[in-house]
Design a protein around this ligand. Structure first.
Ligand SMILES: Nc1ncnc2c1ncn2[C@@H]1O[C@H](COP(=O)(O)OP(=O)(O)OP(=O)(O)O)[C@@H](O)[C@H]1O
Length: 134
């Protein structure tokens, strides 16, 4: 008896496209890390914060807050890098709107960094105080 004809196997093709998208995203992160000094600084700060987190044995909730803060800052820094690249592409010459776009993108990073600083001070501040001062 003839077997019923199976539909074409599309699942692997979808998976391949997803994997390619992840590849492009990782390539973007790597390119930004190579070229952006601010992002390199945040990456080093992230490694330091993770080390401190293990040293001070953070709770799950504290790890969650730290992860959120780190993710927000790194994500905004990447978005800022993307905005700068697009602005440089479409407006290499001076234009007030180009300047505003770059300033606002930089402002977004600043807001995220201040929030992350507050989280860091609340979580690590008392522990540092107890370690070095008290
Ligand atoms: N094409 C432009 N038109 C108007 N103002 C600009 C333009 N390019 C940059 N600026 C102004 O100069 C500032 C610094 O721009 P720049 O491209 O040097 O970015 P940056 O924040 O120093 O980033 P990075 O150091 O990561 O390259 C901007 O925030 C903006 O105010």
């Amino acid at each position: 008896m003839n077997q019923p004809e199976l539909p074409p196997r599309r699942f692997p093709a979808i998976m391949r496209r997803r994997a390619a998208s992840f590849g492009y995203a990782f390539r973007g992160v790597a390119a930004a890390l190579r070229s952006e000094i601010h992002l390199q600084f945040h990456a080093v700060a992230t490694v330091v914060v993770i080390g401190l987190g293990f040293y001070f044995r953070l709770s799950w909730l504290e790890w969650a807050l730290v992860a959120l803060a780190v993710g927000v800052v790194l994500g905004l820094e990447l978005m800022n890098t993307a905005v700068e690249a697009v602005v440089n592409l479409v407006s290499p010459e001076y234009h007030p709107l180009a300047g505003r776009a770059k300033d606002v993108a930089a402002g977004a990073v600043l807001v995220g960094a201040v929030a992350a600083l507050v989280v860091g001070l609340l979580i690590f501040g008392p522990r540092m105080w107890a370690l070095f001062v008290a």
